[in-house]
Design a protein around this ligand. Structure first.
Ligand code: PBG
Length: 304
């Protein structure tokens, strides 16, 4: 069975007051200033959606080579977490840990002179970013960067600071994918990105590596794992679920959302039927929940 409780709603946060910025490549999805984000949180709670996933569109002048804005306790992400928790205390907040919305090069980590992401320095930065989000009130830390070793380091740091109930959802099996384009528009990294992310995200030809990544992240203390993108990787979801029997989530990513909306706009598909069929496919494959830009729409359909 599919219910609104299975859904996690990704939202894009932007500076300002009363601001809604539609994202052309994600028709129907906007960036919202904090007031709009709080309104979306209320809407989600009313619909029975238990959790939001937040992504900041960091102002260009705050993006640096080292992404240090990610560790600013008053950055857009932290202000959004606090605003939601103040207004809608019962909704869960999941926060992405990766440096890409904060760097001038659009990579998820720190890069060397050759543009290659350096694992260990990045992991130290990610620990600081995760702690900054936990102090602001994040319920679920979701590292999406795919660096090695960072789950264990983040878990240890959270324990050290007493955040024993903050969960970690590891983007354990994240593929270097052609389906992330609209997301990069939403957080304004598409134009910045030099090269691609294939040195740290997985090759889509590879299935066994996904299982190894999941095993590592679980051993390091992840509470749940995510497979991303979603629909093209249902085989991976099923294998992860069968092998590890842990809460397994899928991210129906921006390119998947755009495919559905483009098909609907072309008169080639029925939105409601497609949304519910794809979300049910994730449940069938073994998912405990799905991150989807269609969350509010799907919840409305399910509640009708
Ligand atoms: C990056 C990140 C990405 C997404 C979530 N976190 C894009 C990327 O790896 O370049 C993509 C989500 C989507 O496409 O909806 N840390």
């Amino acid at each position: 069975m599919l219910t609104p409780a299975d859904l996690i709603w990704p939202l894009f946060v932007t500076e300002g007051q009363g601001v809604e910025e539609p994202i052309a490549s994600l028709p129907g999805v906007s960036r919202w200033s904090l007031d709009g984000i709080v309104a979306r949180a209320r809407e989600a709670a009313d619909l029975g959606i238990p959790c939001l996933a937040l992504f900041p569109n960091t102002p260009a002048h705050l993006r640096t080579d080292d992404g240090r804005e990610a560790m600013n306790p008053d950055n857009l992400m932290c202000r959004a977490i606090r605003a939601i928790k103040d207004a809608v205390p019962d909704i869960g907040v999941l926060t992405d840990v990766a440096l890409d919305p904060y760097t001038t090069h659009g990579h998820d980590g720190l890069v060397d002179a050759a543009g290659y992401v350096v694992n260990d320095d990045t992991a130290d930065a990610l620990v600081e970013q995760a702690l900054t989000q936990a102090r602001a009130g994040s319920d679920v830390i979701a590292p999406s960067d795919m660096m090695d070793g960072r789950i264990g380091m983040i878990r240890a740091a959270l324990e050290r600071e007493g955040f024993v109930n903050v969960q970690i959802m590891a983007y354990a099996a994240k593929y270097a994918s052609a389906f992330y384009g609209p997301f990069r528009d939403a957080v304004n990294t598409r134009g910045l990105l030099k090269g691609d992310k294939r040195t740290y995200q997985m090759d889509h030809a590879n299935a066994e590596e996904a299982l190894r990544e999941v095993a590592l992240d679980l051993a390091e203390g992840a509470d749940s794992v995510m497979v991303k993108p979603g629909l093209p990787y249902l085989d991976i979801i099923r294998r992860v679920k069968d092998e590890f029997r842990v809460p397994t989530f899928a991210y129906q990513v921006s390119g998947e959302y755009a495919m559905i909306e483009t098909a609907v706009a072309a008169g080639a598909a029925d939105r409601d039927a497609m949304v519910l069929e794809t979300l049910m496919a994730f449940k069938r494959a073994g998912c405990s929940g799905v991150l989807t830009y269609h969350a509010a729409h799907a919840a409305r359909l399910l509640n009708a």
